[in-house]
Design a protein around this ligand. Structure first.
Ligand code: FES
Length: 180
């Protein structure tokens, strides 16, 4: 039941105004506390502390050292675990293939016995020198990361949102950014 205010003296009026202020202050303090707690909980999840591996620019040595490694290993692709790519001896240069299968996204390993990339999930096969599809359900070649030569050091940009996405399943020399 709501009781009407019976005290109409100046003291009673002042008392009611003080109570109203106190309620407002209490509400404000409660809201501030809630916002602070929510912020403290959420911020650690959205704050980027340090990006490692995929997403950063990775130095992979000089063009000469990479080509020398290809020469001594019969062009075995060089796996960069941290950046999730293979350096590949393409016709006339070097490419960096993102090892994410273009079928359903499994990590594609190099299969030395078969001399090709062989996805373990559904059997897609990719070519050793171009990473174009040789068989299986993959709809297109492995995507390529951009490579730049910065003062003699090859830098691979592993940003998965900035890849060379080849739609045609053929080798196109235009994708070569590092030539021999
Ligand atoms: S995810 Fe590679 S073949 Fe299906």
């Amino acid at each position: 039941m709501i009781r009407p205010h019976t005290d109409s003296t100046p003291q009673g009026l002042i008392g009611r105004i003080k109570r109203r202020h106190l309620f407002r202050l209490g509400f404000l303090a409660g809201t501030l506390l809630a916002v602070t707690e929510i912020t403290a909980l959420v911020v650690p999840f959205i704050k980027v502390n340090k990006i490692l591996g995929l997403g950063i620019k990775l130095a992979v040595g000089s063009k000469e050292s990479v080509l020398a490694q290809f020469t001594s290993t019969n062009d075995t692709p060089i796996l960069n675990l941290e950046g999730k790519f293979f350096l590949i001896h393409a016709p006339g240069g070097i490419i960096a293939a993102y090892r994410k299968c273009t079928h359903l996204g499994c990590s594609v390993p190099w299969n030395a016995a078969e001399d090709q990339f062989h996805c373990p999930c559904h059997g897609s096969l990719y070519d050793k020198h171009t990473a174009v599809v040789k068989g299986g359900p993959a709809p297109k070649p492995l995507q390529l990361f951009h490579i730049a030569d910065s003062s003699g050091t090859l830098i691979v940009d592993t940003n998965p949102l900035n890849v060379i996405d080849r739609q045609a399943n053929v080798w196109d020399p235009k994708v070569l950014e590092i030539t021999e």
